[in-house]
Design a protein around this ligand. Structure first.
Ligand SMILES: [Zn+2]
Ligand SMILES: [Zn+2]
Length: 386
């Protein structure tokens, strides 16, 4: 006789619970690395490290993406393909690392810990009880997705160190000659407090600092700094040419751009503090890749642009944008292959919520355009959207 069981799905086979668990782990990815005692490098949206699973020593063997477009925590071992054995999810990563730490796993024939043990580890790490991780149908709709995001955002905001704007201005030599040389006006650099940090005791010493303010424009929540030095042809780092070359371990300190500690660009949209009222008024937001693009548009009298700090929009940035009141998006990513891919990614992410426009520009990016070119190529579309 056939029996009909009404047994509840086991938590381990409930894909939506596993996905939520993965997301929670990714929300504190550096906490996970610390717990597993892994050395890593934060490259913005991607972390790299030597492979802690097969145990190699190539420092860029692993690429791990805690944001990702569809599935967060995707990873890849470039030298041995360890993700093919353990699955490229964050749970697969945990399983691989623990298998190495517990059974000295190095190759596919070696013993591994079970998937259940990896899930157990992740639930303890995130202080969740997987059985009671409650996901009702209504929790899957956008409203509660947003509330989860806001919860995570608030947690993240607590971690940010806030520095009052007056103090920021005192610390920097504003305006930065570096950007004046790149044809930005001193006025625009003053408006955005862009200046040189010449204090050897500061994290941003010998960098041109671009402060990022909270939405109320009261305090700095983070900053980006461009090295004032050019790329060294010997070691490829951006160090003082009068000093000797940089070791591999110190290379990150001498990168072209550096973000302040604990600041996550993926949680932020540059210029939100100034643009928000203009977005509400025009119902239109312009999306660009970098602060320099925002400044150029401001110089041309366009005040509703936001920068995503790179070539993709994260889920958190989309949530921020959703709170802005915009109905139209004008996507002005760079005029190169990466920029066109970024525009496509933004369109896919946003076309159900916004009218998306992707104009073509004649220069390689908005920062390269003259005011005249902006007036001719971009303003007519903005006029039409009014
Ligand atoms: Zn590996
Ligand atoms: Zn060098």
């Amino acid at each position: 006789m056939k029996t009909i069981t009404t047994k509840k799905k086991s938590p381990l086979t409930d894909q939506s619970k596993l996905k939520m668990l993965c997301d929670l782990v990714c929300d504190d990815i550096e906490g996970l690395f610390d717990l597993l005692q892994l050395e890593y490098k934060d490259n913005g949206r991607m972390y790299s490290m030597s492979c802690p699973i097969h145990g190699g020593d190539n420092p860029s063997a692993i690429s791990l993406y805690p944001e990702g477009n569809s599935y967060r925590g995707n990873w890849k071992c470039r030298t041995h393909g360890c993700e093919m054995h353990f699955k490229p999810s964050i749970l697969g990563f945990i399983r691989g690392v623990l298998s190495n730490q517990k059974y000295n796993w190095e190759k596919p024939e070696d013993p591994t810990i079970s998937f259940e043990e990896a899930v157990q580890f992740a639930t303890e790490f995130t202080k969740q009880d997987l059985k009671n991780l409650h996901i009702s149908r209504s929790d899957r709709n956008k409203q509660s997705f947003t509330s989860i995001m806001n919860y995570v955002k608030n947690k993240e905001e607590e971690k940010q160190q806030k520095i009052p704007r007056e103090l920021v201005i005192k610390t920097l030599q504003i305006p930065a000659q570096y950007f004046i040389d790149r044809e930005y006006s001193p006025e625009i650099l003053k408006k955005y407090d862009v200046g040189l940090c010449n204090n050897p005791n500061k994290e941003m010493y010998n960098r041109v600092v671009v402060p990022i303010y909270d939405k109320d424009y009261n305090s700095m929540v983070g900053c980006s700094g461009r090295s004032i030095f050019e790329k060294c042809s010997e070691c490829n780092c951006f160090h003082n040419p009068e000093h000797s070359c940089v070791s591999k371990d110190d290379a990150w300190k001498h990168s072209k751009w550096k973000h302040s500690a604990n600041f996550k660009t993926q949680f932020s949209l540059y210029n939100y503090w100034f643009a928000k009222e203009h977005i509400l008024e025009s119902l239109t937001a312009i999306i660009v890749e970098s602060p320099g693009n925002v400044w150029r548009l401001e110089e041309a009298g366009i005040h509703n642009s936001l920068a995503i700090y790179g070539a993709s929009m994260t889920d958190r940035q989309k949530v921020l944008l959703d709170g802005s009141g915009a109905m139209n998006l004008v996507v002005l990513t760079d005029n190169d292959e990466a920029g066109r891919k970024a525009a496509q990614q933004i369109k896919e992410k946003c076309q159900n919520t916004y009218n998306v426009f992707i104009p073509t520009i004649s220069k390689s990016d908005v920062g390269e355009m003259s005011i005249e070119e902006i007036n001719q190529e971009i303003k007519p579309l903005l006029e039409k959207l009014k």
